[in-house]
Design a protein around this ligand. Structure first.
Ligand code: GRF
Length: 223
């Protein structure tokens, strides 16, 4: 067996941290082979996600963003990610726009999860936007991060129905279950390196045999 070096994930969050938790559980269960979460960084010291990191003994740092200019802040975060030798940055409810400096430092190596079917409803309160618009289906998207808001190439999406009596909370909860599932899938694909980006399209390059093998491994693990 070849010994591949561990791929290090850095998670950035500002709040609850359920997507971080889902990724951490997936790493622990071997659903993202050869990966570890090397560091969690929060811009808010009251982020619940920090407690979730502590419970799992995953190194976490608070880098407060208040009062610091965007690029100066991003320099601190990039330095911390580099220090932790991070290969892939996963934004998980990180409530800040990344500067071009940050995007260039980790180009093609930053993922974000957004609670709508992009390009519909980018920005804040995506679930509210979906309800207000009256769509019958919404969902979530994992995408590469580029200089524009919620706009980079799409790695994974999942659809959920919008039910007639839905509140924002009910729709958000339905979407969140799918977020946790597709974030793991997207991170696994990206860290495997078995994809290419053609124009905006993220295309898996694994052979049918590799896919079959992966499915069998997955099935064995879930027993
Ligand atoms: C999720 O809905 C995610 O799509 C959005 O922010 C929320 C974060 O939730 N970007 P959590 O902190 O991962 O629980």
């Amino acid at each position: 067996m070849t010994n591949h070096p561990t791929k290090k994930i850095g998670v950035l969050l500002s709040g609850r941290g359920s997507n971080f938790e889902a990724l951490a559980d997936s790493v622990a269960a071997g659903r993202i082979p050869g990966a570890e979460i090397a560091i969690v960084i929060s811009n808010r010291e009251d982020a619940q996600g920090l407690l979730r990191a502590a419970e799992r003994r995953i190194p976490a740092r608070v880098i407060p963003s208040k009062g610091i200019e965007r690029e100066a802040y991003d320099q601190l975060v990039v330095a911390a990610l580099r220090e932790a030798r991070v290969d892939l940055v996963c934004l998980a409810g990180f409530m800040r726009l990344l500067s071009p400096y940050f995007v260039a430092a980790f180009r093609g190596r930053i993922l974000n999860i957004h609670p709508s079917l992009l390009p519909a409803f980018p920005g804040l309160e995506a679930q509210r936007q979906a309800l207000d618009y009256g769509v019958k289906f919404s969902g979530c998207t994992v995408h590469f991060v580029d200089e524009n808001l919620d706009a980079g190439p799409i790695v994974a999406q999942a659809i959920v129905p919008v039910e007639p009596g839905d509140t924002e909370e009910a729709l958000a909860a339905r979407i969140l279950t799918e977020e946790h599932r597709i974030y793991t899938e997207a991170v696994r694909l990206v860290l495997s390196g078995k994809f290419r980006v053609e124009n905006r399209r993220v295309l898996p390059t694994a052979t049918a045999e590799e896919n079959q093998e992966e499915r069998l491994t997955e099935r064995a693990k879930s027993r």
